[in-house]
Design a protein around this ligand. Structure first.
Ligand SMILES: [Zn+2]
Ligand SMILES: [Zn+2]
Ligand SMILES: [Zn+2]
Length: 238
């Protein structure tokens, strides 16, 4: 956090040094990123990503969409618009916040986007089937996604039973756990642990972690078997 002198912000452990939450999903033939955070450009540079097939969005909060403008480099090299999958709430925000990409008289070099409106129906991106899971972020519906046996859920504090059914049977879940204290729109650590146990998912990584949660090494050591804090650069295959 800018201007913070807490133990996490001053930590020399790279796992305490976090950019905003996002995930890249790859199959043999397809690659997409879920959410373009304000750090999207640096995340792409850091991994030297040269091609992107699509972008998916969970919800319109700024820490999940702000980096979209930097899709321009992918447009330039692929010579085509980027496929963007978003629900109605996020689409509305993208059209407002990135109005210049949707104007009739576009300035040269603005992002080129091909919007695909999604709801709770499954859809395909290349050879990957994506099943949307609607979760609640206080009063805002947020899209989680199940991709094969992998489930990704960020920015939630409540999931309805019917949507929990879509998660059951996953082998890995990435789930938001903000801090230990209660929060109005995010699961805290206890709630996230309880949910993983309730869902019976054998492996969980917690994401969207605040500096208020504490040092990675200390908190990770307190977690039950099968549950770990995620960190920037973590990769796994499902
Ligand atoms: Zn701090
Ligand atoms: Zn949010
Ligand atoms: Zn967020």
């Amino acid at each position: 956090m800018i201007a913070c002198d807490c133990a996490v912000c001053l930590s020399s452990d790279p796992r305490d040094n976090r950019l905003r939450s996002s995930v890249m999903v790859e199959s043999a033939g397809t690659r997409f990123v879920i959410d373009t955070t304000p750090d999207f450009r640096y995340q792409m540079l850091r991994l030297k990503i040269r091609h992107m097939d699509a972008l998916l969005f969970t919800h319109p909060h700024k820490d999940h969409i702000a980096g979209l403008d930097d899709v321009r480099a992918f447009n330039f090299f692929s010579q085509k618009p980027m496929d963007v999958y978003a629900n109605y709430l996020t689409e509305e925000a993208l059209r407002r916040d990135f109005y210049y990409a949707f104007s009739d008289t576009k300035y040269p070099g603005v992002p080129e986007l091909e919007l695909h409106l999604i709801d709770k129906s499954p859809f395909m991106i290349g050879d990957i089937t994506v099943i949307p899971i609607e979760v609640w972020h206080l009063r805002m519906p947020v899209m989680g996604f199940r991709i094969g046996d992998f489930t990704y859920i960020t920015d939630a504090n409540r999931i309805e039973d019917s949507e929990k059914e879509k998660i059951r049977g996953s082998s890995i879940i990435v789930l938001n756990a903000l801090r230990k204290e209660k929060h109005i729109s995010h699961f805290n650590l206890r709630e996230a642990i309880d949910l993983v146990k309730e869902l019976g998912v054998p492996k969980a990584y917690f994401t969207h972690i605040s500096h208020q949660l504490g040092l990675h090494q200390e908190i990770n050591a307190e977690l039950p078997e099968g549950i770990e804090l995620s960190y920037d650069g973590l990769t796994f295959s499902v």
